[in-house]
Write a protein that binds this ligand. Structure first.
Ligand code: FE
Length: 406
């Protein structure tokens, strides 16, 4: 094909690609299945491997387990290869580093995906066993491999498997915290991963000794923890590990449950409704609106158009009551009836639009109808920045609150 392809780790000295603050190796190779490899990137502070896969023709890319301290490196690699990041994917909610998935969504336009069982509410796609993600003509398939955590997944791409902390080279992830289960891990490794073809390349989530990859055949034959072991022997080994608590767990796990987006500034102010003279109950920040919804005190009403919810994304559980409809943006003749129905349970209403303008008009109308209606400040996407891009100056997504895309 004459196009530069990428060998990561490859058969070079283990750790060659792990030097990734500096250079990425290029290697000219034919575009055949056997030569397609992921770009393997390494975070030395947490010994975490991040993987970047891409489709050669469309340049669409997918990243697995990105690390927040490495975001500039990762954006530089995307730029260097002329890639457009379409997916940022987690194998699980990590305890040893914070993900950059949320930032990659904002800065590179990626969609976020995470295993359904990991409680990462901000991920746009919640993956179930067997689900696939497409990037260009390529496909990544999710395998539920619980054990390290209950939600943990591995991902298969061509003849490669990205095992996260489920299966490591000559080892496996720990199972003594975060809903871990040694028994579940035994079954995930022996029945799910070891069922893959033996030549499948294993790309682990970590390595602490500079090794880059392995294969299913090698691990089946020689993995010190599990090869040839009965479940009882494996459980005994895992129970005897007695590992120290991860240094960053208290910081990392909560941050990773919101795709790594943290908004700790002016927390107290964010959690107070602001009174208004404008003919509705008041203004609330997106985090306060979400807290009320979670506490069962309020119903979130999404007053954007059907098209905006469909294309941009939506809040799970929100009630769609368009204030105006596209095309034409004429007032929705069903608005009064639909919003009264949304308030029928006697809860207060929190109204969401794109940037907090339409929701004011809708809240005023709802107040005229006798309802208690609050406007959600900043809306779903916030105001546009100097480059006319939304999503970086506030808004529901910017606060790291749950949202989805179809
Ligand atoms: Fe982990």
């Amino acid at each position: 094909m004459g196009q530069a392809w990428v060998w990561a780790g490859g058969d070079a000295v283990a750790g060659a690609m792990t030097v990734v603050h500096c250079k990425i190796r290029h290697h000219r190779a034919n575009d055949t299945a056997s030569t397609m490899k992921p770009i393997q990137l390494f975070d030395p502070a947490s010994s975490t491997y991040t993987y970047l896969l891409f489709d050669q023709a469309s340049r669409e890319a997918l990243i697995i387990d990105p690390v927040d301290e490495q975001i500039e490196r990762d954006l530089a690699v995307l730029h260097e290869y002329g890639l457009r990041l379409v997916w940022a994917v987690e194998t699980h909610a990590h305890a040893d580093h914070i993900t950059s998935a949320g930032q990659l969504a904002e800065l590179a336009g990626a969609r976020t995906a995470a295993p359904l069982g990991c409680g990462i509410g901000t991920a746009g796609v919640q993956l179930q066993h067997g689900d696939t993600l497409r990037f260009g003509a390529e496909t990544l398939q999710a395998l539920h491999t619980p054990g390290h955590t209950a939600g943990s997944m591995s991902f298969v791409w061509r003849d490669h498997v990205f095992t996260g902390d489920t299966l490591l080279i000559q080892g496996c992830g720990r199972t003594d915290f975060q809903s871990g289960s040694a028994s579940a891990l035994y079954h995930s490794i022996t029945r799910v991963l070891f069922a893959l073809p033996e030549q499948t390349t294993v790309w682990p989530g970590h390595d602490y000794q500079g090794r880059s990859h392995s294969s299913i055949g090698q691990e089946k034959a020689g993995n010190a923890r599990i090869a040839g072991k009965s479940e009882a022997e494996f459980l005994a080994t895992m129970a005897a590990l007695d590992l120290p608590r991860p240094r960053r767990i208290d910081e990392a796990v909560p941050a990773n449950l919101s795709s790594g987006l943290r908004h700790d500034a002016d927390g107290a102010l964010l959690m107070q409704p602001r009174p208004t003279q404008a003919g509705y109950a008041g203004d609330v920040s997106p985090p306060l609106a979400w807290r009320w919804v979670q506490a069962g005190e309020a119903v979130l009403v999404d007053v954007r158009t059907d098209a905006e919810r469909e294309w941009v994304g939506f809040v799970p559980g929100g009630v769609p009551v368009a204030w105006k409809q596209w095309p034409g943006m004429a007032l929705n003749p069903q608005f009064d009836q639909a919003i009264q129905q949304a308030a029928a349970g006697g809860k207060k209403l929190v109204l969401l639009c794109r940037s907090g303008v339409r929701s004011i008009a809708a809240a005023q109308r709802a107040t005229q109808l006798g309802l208690e209606a609050f406007n959600i400040l900043e809306g779903f996407e916030g105001d546009p920045n100097a480059q006319a891009q939304r999503g970086q100056l506030g808004g529901w997504r910017h606060h790291g609150l749950p949202w989805r895309q179809h």
